[in-house]
Design a protein around this ligand. Structure first.
Ligand code: FAD
Length: 458
């Protein structure tokens, strides 16, 4: 198929027209990818971002995953940097809600005030769980903020571009090919950041990886919910509430205890359900079936809630998220594979470059073993499935993106391989950008000073 003239630099890769060239190519405009692009651009790189859909944000917007969490180690805020800019910008529009510092503690009063925003520390065993620093936000505000940051940083954004093949020469990635309405298009770059969430680029480039799988979810939203009445019922009639809530969770066939949460738009709630096991998040057949099954299940719950749950009598179905919620598919097996013990035991690494909650991420977990000038950021980073399950929330994915952007710029400045960038320099730049690189271990960290990381390189 012919390309329009204005989408062609005049060069070809084989018979594929080259439509853009930049220092850095970011594949996937989700939370990790947009952060990576902004970070690379601010460090002096020209950047192109490819995204298959018409919107940016991935799970955080198209998937309607509407709480930023995993940013706190007890009272210490451990994830900061570009994520803070998202929060500040959305807050200005009234589209992000977070508890003030004085409300961040455990008490029944705070639980009743805040837990339906999803801003409690769900890793804590104590009841009520403490209210913590976490942020409920609106999906379109996330898309707008992403677009604004991309435009302000002069990043070349190419939506509607589905990555299909990595261009690799002698073990070095040189760019990518994507499918578009105008046929195949090539984008060349000196460094490629894979933030597709499913490891599409690294996998195509031949990097070692594992195949993970977990529940998928067609998140949906309801409007016209009387949330005050729903909460009154929950706290004033706890036994009746517990009975109906149990039935609701059975009817949808798998949901967290708190299956509906408030959003910044009054009367609109998001439902982080159903849990649908057995689907492969990169299989066309499975993803198609999941759309049907998810909608069947959500309508069952919707009808039940309208008839039985106080506060939901007049609820309307706003519909399922544009993207089915996929948590885990392919994951890199990179220079280091983060283990469940690393996360659970809060192991610190000498090359820690970012962190989430109370755990630490070594630089090597972003680097494929065999492909040069390629780095990954986001939920497909190099981790065991049981480690990824505990470390893939939106903010830590963004922190990885921030690292990847910095590392790309440093590699290009020094004209070296990205795997040879000094993690200590990345740590320094993360701090300069207001992000926490995790170089200073918290009191509850373990393995500090050990070479645990090197010992368990896979
Ligand atoms: C139902 C559900 C509930 C969750 N709950 C929470 C929560 O409450 N709080 C929290 O913080 N986290 C939560 N998570 C986890 C979190 O949402 C994700 O781990 C995180 O958003 C992943 O970000 P990412 O940028 O790595 O990947 P993604 O958000 O998946 O972004 C990948 C991007 O790449 C694009 N892309 C993929 N393939 C291609 C291709 N071939 N070509 C071009 N573009 C491509 C996608 O369209 C997307 O924009 C939840 C996840 C799910 C599914």
């Amino acid at each position: 198929m012919a390309n329009s003239k204005n989408e062609h630099t005049g060069e070809f890769v084989g018979d594929v027209p080259v439509v853009a060239k930049s220092d850095v190519v970011v594949v996937g405009g989700g939370s990790a990818g947009v952060t990576a692009a902004v970070s690379a651009a601010r460090n002096g790189c020209s950047v192109t971002v490819l995204e298959r859909y018409h919107h940016l944000g991935g799970m955080a917007s198209g998937g309607m995953v509407l709480v930023l969490d995993d940013m706190v180690n007890n009272q210490e805020i451990t994830v900061s940097g570009i994520v803070d800019e998202f929060v500040q910008r959305m807050r200005k529009e009234g589209m992000a809600v977070l508890p003030p510092p004085e409300d961040r503690h455990a008490s029944q009063e705070m639980w009743e005030k805040w837990s339906r925003w999803g801003v409690h520390d769900f890793h804590k065993a104590e009841r009520p769980q403490p209210i913590t620093y976490a942020v409920a936000f609106d999906p379109d505000a996330w898309k707008r903020t992403s677009l604004d940051l991309i435009r302000e940083n002069n990043i070349n954004l190419r939506l509607h571009s589905f990555f299909s093949e990595a261009i690799v020469e002698d073990g070095v990635i040189k760019g990518v090919i994507c499918h578009t309405k105008l046929g195949r298009q090539a984008i060349l770059g000196k460094i490629v950041i894979d933030s597709s969430g499913d490891l599409d680029v690294a996998c195509s480039a031949g990097a070692d990886h594992s195949q993970g799988q977990y529940i998928v979810t067609t998140v949906f939203r309801l409007a016209n919910v009387d949330t005050d009445e729903a909460m009154r019922f929950e706290y004033e009639e706890p036994e009746a509430f517990a009975k109906i809530n149990r039935q609701a969770r059975r009817i949808i066939g798998g949901a967290w205890e708190m299956w509906w949460l408030k959003t910044p738009i009054p009367g609109v709630v998001w439902c982080n359900c159903p849990h649908m096991p057995g689907y492969d998040g990169i299989s066309v057949d499975d993803l198609t079936k999941a759309e049907y099954e998810g909608r069947d299940r959500m309508m069952n719950l919707f009808r039940f809630a309208r008839e039985n749950l106080p506060g939901f009598e007049k609820a309307d179905m706003l519909g399922a998220a544009e993207q089915v919620g996929v948590r885990t598919t392919r994951m890199l097996q990179g220079e280091y594979i983060v283990t469940k013990e690393d996360v659970v035991e809060r192991r610190h690494f000498a090359d820690t470059v970012c962190r989430g909650r109370d755990y630490y991420t070594p630089y090597r977990a972003l680097l494929p073993k065999s492909v040069d000038q390629l780095i990954v950021a986001g939920r497909h980073y190099s981790a065991e499935p049981e480690a990824q399950k505990r470390s893939r929330e939106i903010p830590p994915c963004m922190a990885q993106g921030e690292v990847a952007g910095i590392a790309a710029a440093m590699a290009l400045d020094a004209d070296i391989n990205i795997r040879d960038v000094d993690p200590l320099k990345i740590q320094k730049q993360m701090r300069a950008q207001g992000a926490d690189p995790g170089d200073v271990p918290s009191d509850n960290a373990t393995g500090v000073g050990d070479d645990v990381a090197t010992a368990s390189v896979a």
